[in-house]
Design a protein. Structure first.
Length: 375
């Protein structure tokens, strides 16, 4: 959110404590993660002639791991605010309200962009577009970027949401030993996901197939439950940030081709869980990190809209250059990058105010529990 479908973190009901503490630092973290992915795509689209030689931008070659942060955050926040009294129907309505207004507009914008500025993202055929609208296109390795290219992660989130009411009932109240086994199993699946995808009887991709990314979501759920039950004390934020930086660097490492394992991705996920839990622990104790500041909250609230449009803007701005790859020197590329960022941010704010908020309110009218806040 990636990312990016994480609900705004507010005090929500829990079965044991009445109301869970606010976690504003995680809302701020959403924006940091969205920026990681934005800068990653700046590198991929090749705004800079030599991104690796530009230290402050070359480091973002690993920004794609921001999707992992989003998946973990999603599981963590949903589990933190899970209400045992909420019906599955109510949960699904609120997830649809959270996702679909912006998703549908994002698909339309992507189709317009493909027909005008960026023909390279054009989707051929109605079937893959329809699959993208229904958030099932990512189950096909051939269609994973159909429609809006970044919405493959929404397909993963839709699968996670479908399973969440079952997962939270299975995991809530389990012993620390059982939850530790779930963590170990999730990490093991993450480690060998490429090998599992290779031997699957159905076409799967370790990076984009929802089933292969489910362990990250589960890690977030378990981390939230352990923290709520005070069975685990995460490291302090400074330590967690340093570990996350190490994990980020590890995530850049390629998987071991011969062994079909991905230790870097797995190590990165571990450190991202520690960071998320560390920030949440500070907020839960009544403290605040700088990510809880009002500016970070405002940016975090538009992060979903920003995520959905940022690549369309990046590609459109770079479309006049051959192949859509500017390959500019540092000053010119920096100006172009800042321009793309400001345009994407302005569009995101407009969509947040004009589409996301009204759309959520409209769809949530279907929920009989109307007293509950929009997630």
């Amino acid at each position: 959110m990636p990312t990016s479908l994480i609900p705004t973190v507010r005090a929500l009901s829990t079965p044991s404590a009445g109301r869970a503490p606010d976690l504003p630092s995680l809302t701020g973290l959403r924006w940091v993660t969205a920026m990681m992915i934005f800068l990653f795509h700046i590198v991929v689209v090749q705004y800079f002639a030599d991104p690796v030689g530009t230290p402050w931008i070359g480091v973002f070659i690993g920004g794609g791991s921001g999707v992992t942060v989003f998946f973990i955050l999603s599981g963590f926040v949903l589990a933190w605010g899970a209400d045992a009294r909420q019906t599955a129907r109510s949960f699904y309505i609120r997830r649809v309200a959270r996702v679909y207004p912006l998703h549908l507009v994002g698909v339309v914008l992507a189709l317009i962009t493909a027909a005008t500025f960026v023909p390279g993202i054009r989707t051929h055929g109605l079937a893959p577009i329809g699959a993208n609208v229904l958030l099932v296109s990512t189950w096909s390795p051939d269609w994973w970027q159909a429609g809006n290219p970044v919405s493959w992660s929404l397909g993963c989130e839709a699968f996670f949401y479908l399973l969440f009411p079952v997962l939270i009932r299975l995991l809530r109240g389990r012993s620390a030993r059982t939850l530790a086994l779930v963590v170990g199993g999730s990490l093991a699946v993450m480690m060998v996901a490429p090998a599992l995808a290779a031997v699957s009887p159905l076409p799967m991709d370790a990076s984009t197939t929802p089933l292969m990314r489910l362990p990250e979501f589960v890690l977030g759920i378990v981390a939230a439950l352990l923290l709520q039950q005070r069975r685990w004390q995460p490291p302090r934020p400074r330590t967690a940030v340093l570990l996350a930086i190490v994990g980020y660097v590890a995530a850049i490492l390629p998987q071991l081709a011969d062994a079909h394992v991905q230790p870097g991705h797995t190590a990165g996920a571990i450190t991202f869980v520690l960071l998320i839990a560390s920030l949440a622990a500070v907020d839960a104790r009544g403290g605040r990190t700088f990510l809880a500041g009002p500016r970070w909250q405002a940016l975090g609230r538009v992060s979903f809209a920003f995520y959905l449009v940022h690549l369309l803007v990046i590609a459109s701005v770079s479309s006049p250059w051959p192949g859509g790859h500017p390959h500019l020197d540092r000053p010119a590329a920096t100006v172009l990058m800042v321009g793309a960022f400001l345009l994407a941010l302005a569009l995101a704010y407009a969509l947040h105010l004009l589409v996301e908020i009204p759309g959520q309110r409209l769809i949530c009218r279907l929920d009989r529990r109307r007293a509950a806040r929009i997630g």
